[in-house]
Design a protein around this ligand. Structure first.
Ligand code: ARG
Length: 462
């Protein structure tokens, strides 16, 4: 098969090279961007007098037909065409002849791939954002029902202080909102057109880059052609942003796995989103959150992979750069399916409120409240208050009870400065609601946080 660049060669490429060099089997994912980019380029070429109206019409019709062939599965992808850009251009020329051969005027595959891949990544920024908004909405819906549901807040995975479940979910809502901001920010920064940079240095043809930028929905054109054909920051940014998002949902998934164990028993995943064991008939396994947690690894791999590809490249385009795409395609698919299934898994899970509350009766969650009481109400210095509380906890351990259930007499025996009203400070719900400082867990503060996310989602979903 004759190559489009075969003019200076006297021998054909080996089939081994064809296989090694080709990107067509994966970069065809960019066919829409490539065809739209070519139509915009041709439209501009016509308006600056490089193409006639009839040539433009033939090109547009030819590309529309090719698009349909690809979508119908009728397009013949050949390794020997090397990449999607040449496969489409070759097919166009086979269809319309001379006019097809003019399409590549004032363009190189270097700016062509830069524009296609950039637009693909920009589109993904938006699509991923929409899926995160869905996850936020589902999380908020659950949280709204649980502003009074107590569960142990933990540090070091040990019982620390009581919180409510909505507050716990609110932590994830905060992370997801920042994740969205990163996708938005990256979109805005990178929404500039590489088209017209040609191979590396621009072109002597009197092109109109602003026009193609506008036709393709960019906010403007890039400043320096050498940078533009070399730069893959936009791809690195989406990989970092996806990695951070996956890290956040992986932490939630880790909690879902823990919470669905018998030891916690805080949630039960629905049958639709749980799996069984081939040998142990009783098993109900949380494969969905486990897989999301596991898939985070391949996304990080894609980020590190591309950073490594880029780090030693001299300006401008090098074929190494062709390695930019598969990791991004995989990361994008991985995060999208992960977000969709995680949203469904949490939408359909059962929250076992009673087990959460019962767990608050273990671990003396109100110990800090007793120390704070001794400081506030009895005028005892904090260090001494801490010691007295430690004594009270030790007594509870002896009695086999939780600090929230200790009697006044027991406390009085430990320190006679303690007054009767202490008992109300030791109740778990009192402890949670006492944390009413800004951003705290009290039901009052939590409701304000949820209102903030509700307003945010209302604004974002317009
Ligand atoms: N398939 C190539 C890529 O994905 C397109 C650009 C090729 N440019 C070149 N000068 N060989 O990077």
């Amino acid at each position: 098969m004759e190559k489009m660049w075969s003019g200076r060669f006297s021998k054909g490429a080996s089939s081994l090279l064809d296989e090694f060099n080709a990107s067509v089997m994966f970069d065809r994912e960019l066919y829409i961007e490539d065809i739209e980019g070519s139509i915009a380029h041709a439209t501009m070429l016509k308006s600056v007098g490089i193409l006639t109206s009839s040539e433009l019409e033939q090109i547009i019709n030819g590309l529309d037909e090719i698009k349909k062939e690809i979508e119908d599965g009728a397009f013949e992808w050949r390794l020997s065409d090397e990449d999607l850009h040449m496969a489409i251009e070759k097919r166009l020329t086979d269809k319309i002849g001379q006019a097809g051969k003019k399409l590549h005027t004032a363009r190189s595959r270097n700016d062509q791939v830069a524009v296609d891949f950039r637009r693909f990544v920009l589109r993904q920024n938006k699509e991923i954002k929409e899926l995160v908004l869905d996850l936020m909405q589902t999380t908020l819906d659950i949280a709204s029902k649980h502003t009074d549901t107590l569960l142990p807040g933990m540090t070091h995975l040990q019982h620390a202080q009581p919180v409510n479940f909505a507050f716990h979910l609110g932590a994830y809502l905060s992370m997801f909102k920042r994740d969205i901001a990163r996708f938005e920010d990256s979109y805005t920064r990178n929404n500039i057109s590489p088209l017209g940079c040609a191979a590396l240095a621009g072109t002597p043809h009197k092109i109109d880059r602003e026009q193609t930028a506008k036709l393709l929905g960019f906010d403007g054109v890039s400043l320096n052609c050498l940078d533009t054909v070399s730069d893959r920051d936009f791809a690195l940014e989406i990989l970092f942003n996806i990695s951070t998002l996956m890290m956040h949902i992986s932490r939630l998934c880790e909690e879902l796995v823990l919470w669905s164990s018998y030891e916690f028993g805080f949630i039960e995943l629905s049958d639709e989103y749980s799996t069984g064991s081939s040998i142990m008939p009783q098993k109900k396994n949380p494969d969905v959150p486990e897989l999301v947690r596991g898939k985070t690894g391949r996304v990080y791999g894609a980020l590190i992979g591309l950073l490594t590809v880029m780090k030693g490249l001299p300006l401008a385009y090098n074929k190494d750069t062709q390695e930019d795409k598969e990791g991004v395609f995989d990361a994008v698919k991985t995060v999208k399916i992960s977000l969709i299934i995680l949203t469904q898994a949490i939408k359909t899970m059962t929250v076992k409120k009673d087990n959460m509350q019962a767990a608050c009766k273990k671990g003396h969650l109100s110990a800090t409240d007793l120390a704070d009481y001794l400081v506030e109400e009895c005028g005892i210095a904090f260090r001494e208050a801490h010691f007295i509380t430690g004594k009270a906890v030790a007594r509870c351990e002896e009695l086999g009870i939780d600090l929230s259930d200790i009697s006044y007499d027991e406390l009085y025996a430990i320190d006679n400065r303690i007054k009767k009203d202490v008992i109300k400070y030791l109740a778990i719900d009192h402890s949670m609601n006492a944390r009413d400082s800004q951003g705290g867990t009290s039901t009052n503060q939590t409701k304000q946080q949820l209102k903030y996310f509700k307003d945010y989602l209302n604004r974002s979903q317009i």
